[in-house]
Write a protein that binds this ligand. Structure first.
Ligand SMILES: NC(=O)c1ccc[n+]([C@@H]2O[C@H](COP(=O)([O-])OP(=O)(O)OC[C@H]3O[C@@H](n4cnc5c(N)ncnc54)[C@H](OP(=O)(O)O)[C@@H]3O)[C@@H](O)[C@H]2O)c1
Length: 385
């Protein structure tokens, strides 16, 4: 029985993880969970899963959750809050696998602490790999802790890499659906609304990653994530638009072979892969190959999606630039969703923040978070100007 700590239990990935636990009760149980502001769902999860520990974003929310548990006569669940709370969840003595699925750098300290505590990590939270990938992968190597990608593209790459040696890899091909605006005339981009951008053609996900998919900054974050997870240079990572999202990614080897991973468009599969690795449990997540009619692949349009170019530039510089890329995007996406900037204001904000970023390579999580805060301040200033 693998006992799970789930960071971001109330989110899209967190809920899919719980649905895997539901389907495999003999394999997995829930020891501790961390969430943000959703008290109702945290309460429902406490009732259903009876974890030993729950963390929620603030002290006030923790008091509300504790009171509800008390009123319902549920005892034996400790309720904690804030960053210290997420760290307590990810390092819980009984947890033997951590699913890292908090959105943004809010999940960074808990993910780092889990690695230092020797817990294998299933990583969905790509932003923490973008902000602090060098530190996280160094810690994982030092502590001999596996980081298993849950992001579907990196999960696919992980699977394709199992058949070859690192020195035989020529390129990693990340597939991108192209989002809802792949065919929208460039002239119409100025009028794109949050409601339009929140409609992803193939995946149902949280709000930030959905907007990031519409700008293709999500693919940009994934380029950086791939470099760090698989120890390759940005020039070895290619992006290819594949609107069906059937091939989840590919690895090209030096002999000319290209290996692809195909499966249903359901995050439960990469989550199950990460939880069960190196085993492959039988599942109901089957793919109807006979129904597959066509697979399209096309070059990405860097003019339509400037975020891709910005991400490659940040990936080449690394350190402070990748931190700034992520921080600026998080601020810009919030501003777009609040109606304070237009859709193309997102790449413009990121570009300005990157242009004013001084090259630096933080070596501690504290330094990463300081650089993140400073980049957010600059992004907020650009958004408000
Ligand atoms: N969804 C996907 O298909 C998918 C695919 C690949 C990668 N990912 C990555 O997985 C991560 C999660 O994505 P998602 O789509 O699941 O996002 P989501 O649905 O927005 O969920 C985010 C989770 O983070 C929690 N959270 C937010 N701020 C927090 C804080 N300060 N402290 C503790 N918890 C906090 C939220 O809690 P509340 O809801 O309670 O506020 C929620 O549980 C992201 O990094 C994303 O890029 C997602």
């Amino acid at each position: 029985m693998k006992k799970l700590a789930i960071l971001g239990s109330t989110g899209s990935i967190g809920q899919s993880t719980l649905s895997i636990v539901e389907q495999f009760p003999d394999r997995y149980s829930v020891t501790s969970v961390a969430c943000g502001r959703n008290v109702d769902q945290a309460f429902a999860q406490a009732v259903r899963w009876r974890p030993k520990l729950i963390s929620i974003a603030t002290e006030e929310l923790a008091c509300r959750l504790s009171a509800r548990l008390h009123q319902a006569g549920i005892a034996g669940i400790d309720v904690v809050h804030g960053t210290e709370g997420t760290v307590a969840v990810s390092t819980h003595a009984e947890a033997d696998f951590v699913v890292s699925a908090i959105v943004g750098v809010a999940g960074l300290e808990a993910t780092h602490a889990a690695i230092l505590a020797g817990k294998p990590v299933g990583l969905a939270n790509k932003e923490c790999m973008v902000a602090a990938g060098e530190i996280l992968t160094a810690a994982a190597r030092q502590c001999n802790v596996p980081i298993l990608p849950i992001d579907s593209e990196h999960n696919a790459v992980h699977q394709c890499l199992r058949v070859g040696a690192h020195k035989e890899v020529k390129a990693i091909w990340l597939t991108a659906s192209g989002g809802p605006f792949r065919k929208t005339p460039l002239a119409d981009f100025a009028a794109i609304t949050p409601a339009q951008a929140l409609k992803h053609p193939t995946w149902v996900m949280g709000r930030r990653i959905t907007i990031d998919s519409a700008t293709m900054l999500n693919k940009g974050l994934e380029i950086i994530e791939a470099c760090r997870l698989f120890d390759v240079s940005p020039s070895q990572v290619r992006v290819i638009v594949h609107p069906q999202s059937t091939v989840h990614s590919l690895v090209e080897y030096v002999d000319g072979s290209i290996l692809a991973q195909i499966s249903v468009t359901d995050m439960c599969l990469p989550i199950l892969y990460a939880l069960a690795y190196p085993e492959r449990p039988a599942s109901t997540l089957t793919f109807d190959l006979a129904a597959l009619r066509h697979l399209e692949f096309e070059e990405p349009d860097f003019e339509r999606f400037p975020c891709l170019r910005l991400a490659f530039e940040a990936a080449d510089k690394g350190g402070a630039h990748t931190i700034a890329l992520n921080a600026a995007d998080e601020i810009a996406v919030e501003a777009f969703l609040d109606g304070r900037i237009p859709f193309m204001g997102i790449p413009r904000t990121i570009e300005k923040v990157l242009a004013s970023t001084v090259e630096a390579h933080p070596t501690t999580i504290g330094q990463v978070l300081a650089a993140d805060r400073e980049a957010r301040q600059r992004a907020n200033a650009f958004v408000d100007s």
